[in-house]
Design a protein around this ligand. Structure first.
Ligand code: HEC
Ligand code: HEC
Length: 202
């Protein structure tokens, strides 16, 4: 009788964990139809999400779910591309806290692959100097250090980076107070140089 009492909860526990792992894998297939296979994007408007820290990824998803971060409409890039265009806010609307944590963990385990894209070498050099002075404190190693929990800037797509700057500078996207002061002091040319610096790291 006592054996029976122990077995039942165990069976329920294993059934629950395996079902939810399969569920997360199925959700990731949907994510990858925009973010690319293994979370590595082939499309300029869409960030690579593989290999970013789990906290930062989950935090971004919580922000989208709460509509606290602007979410641009996007079409699906692979799989069934006849699906209607949607937004990160709509995609995260029905995710549970556990789903969000699990997605953050799963993508953080994958490997970030820098985008292969054209950049201007002179601008990249100018951007490197600005980065070192203004940004490297929080985005160390050229914006590639995941331990900073400040996303990955190096090797991210130019278009996505430009859109991110635009969202910050318009005030549509909230940001760390210290970063806000730094970004507000940049000229448009400085921003372009920084974007080319991040894109140059391939
Ligand atoms: C229809 C296309 C589409 C789908 C599906 C999609 N995304 Fe996105 N995602 C985007 C676009 C476009 C952006 C960037 C623009 C924006 O912020 O709206 C983005 C941004 C993100 C970011 C922010 C990255 C950063 O560095 O701040 C994360 C994290 C993310 N998506 C995770 C996911 C996860 C997890 C899923 C699946 C549950 C998913 N996305 C499904 C299009 C999509
Ligand atoms: C005081 C620390 C701090 C400083 C200084 C700072 N940042 Fe950030 N930055 C962060 C944090 C934390 C995040 C991630 C949280 C978020 O999404 O706002 C971030 C996010 C970003 C993102 C968005 C990444 C993405 O994919 O979502 C960009 C772009 C960025 N920073 C650029 C810069 C640039 C350029 C500078 C220098 C001019 C700079 N930051 C200085 C802390 C900082």
């Amino acid at each position: 009788m006592s054996g029976f009492r122990i077995l039942l909860p165990l069976a329920a526990f294993f059934a629950f964990t395996s079902a939810s792992a399969a569920d997360i894998a199925a959700q990731m297939d949907g994510c990858n139809d925009c973010h690319g296979d293994n979370g590595v994007s082939q499309w300029g408007e869409i960030p690579t999400i593989a290999g970013i820290d789990a906290f930062g990824l989950a935090d971004a998803l919580f922000m989208y779910r709460g509509e606290e971060r602007p979410c641009a409409e996007s079409k699906y890039r692979q799989g069934d591309t006849s699906r209607a265009a949607t937004t990160m806010c709509a995609i995260t609307a029905d995710l549970s806290d556990d789903d969000i944590e699990a997605l953050g963990d799963a993508y953080s385990e994958l490997t970030f692959v820098a985008a292969v894209q054209d950049f201007d070498a002179a601008l990249a050099e100018a951007g490197a100097a600005i980065h070192k002075q203004q940004c490297d404190k929080c985005h160390s190693e050229g914006g590639s250090n995941v331990d900073d929990e400040a996303s990955i800037l190096s090797g991210q797509w130019i278009t996505y980076l430009e859109n991110s700057f635009a969202d910050y500078l318009s005030g549509a996207r909230d940001q760390d107070k210290k970063m806000k002061e730094k970004l507000a002091a940049l000229s448009a040319d400085d921003v372009t140089a920084l974007v080319h610096f991040y894109a140059s790291q391939q």
